[in-house]
Design a protein around this ligand. Sequence first.
Ligand code: C2E
Ligand code: MG
Ligand code: MG
Ligand code: MG
Length: 278
Amino acid sequence: ANQITGTVATCVVVLIMQADVDARRALEGEVRRAIARGEFELHYQPQVDLKGAMTGVEALLRWRHPTKGMVPPNAFIPLAEETGLIIPIGEWVLRTAAAQLQAWSRLPETQHLTIAVNVSATQFRQPDFVEQVRAIVTLSGARPQALKLELTESVLADDMGVVQTKMKALKDFGICWSLDDFGTGYSSLSSLKNLPFEQVKIDQSFVRELLTDPRNGAIVETIMRLSVSLGLAVIAEGVETEAQRAALEAAGCQCFQGYLYGRPVPVCELLAQRSAAA
Ligand code: C2E
Ligand code: MG
Ligand code: MG
Ligand code: MG
């Protein structure tokens, strides 16, 4: 009886694994078709200064799926990372953001705006990543200084020499580096010191409970002090209320992003909203 139970259990496990493999394969095929059919879109979320003026945006990927509707990045980026599909997706994101920057550079009211693009660790680790970014930006005609690249702390666990060389090459080209989700992952302080980041983004988890949990206040103040002494700019993400903004400002933060200023929206809505607000 035991043997039969064991065999049944094995079969069930195999079936579940197979279902998993099938689901992944299906999603992989869908992502490939989505790129070909133009189902990906970039939405843009404002980043503002102390006066509430928009200085730039973060580009956030959306998948307008023909039957599932708008699919958020967390539903497909992890799989895209594992399968390597993040490479063509990431390339599309960079090309689209660079084209947007070039379009904005032609209008006086938008030419100062920067775009921050999320770069996945897999994408950054490609041997030709630096060349690819340079080629895309140069071909688009965008100013490299208007492009920010956001890396997460996972990259900081890689070979420091390699990471440093790649980051420096793109910094020399004019691009600005921002450390996303700061404080949630692996961050050795020496890597922060040695890598050419210009900005850190305080993770939204610290902002969310800033006023309800004093420990988050302590974390935010520590990040602020550390950043100031290392010469890094700071932006807080996930700012939803005026009270959160005020607490962040009191801690020394001068740059904000969150629903308080606007959700990620298509480019036409972004500019319509801002001109209505102005
Ligand atoms: P992230 O880069 O940390 O982006 C911030 C996320 O917080 C976005 O979620 C944004 O919509 C959301 N957010 C912004 N303000 C608020 C707020 O006030 N409250 C709350 N609750 N949430 C806020 P989204 O767009 O779903 O993106 C999730 C993650 O997916 C991103 O986190 C980023 O890691 C990844 N991602 C998005 N676009 C791309 C992309 O083009 N390439 C890569 N590799 N990753 C991307
Ligand atoms: Mg980001
Ligand atoms: Mg973030
Ligand atoms: Mg995040």
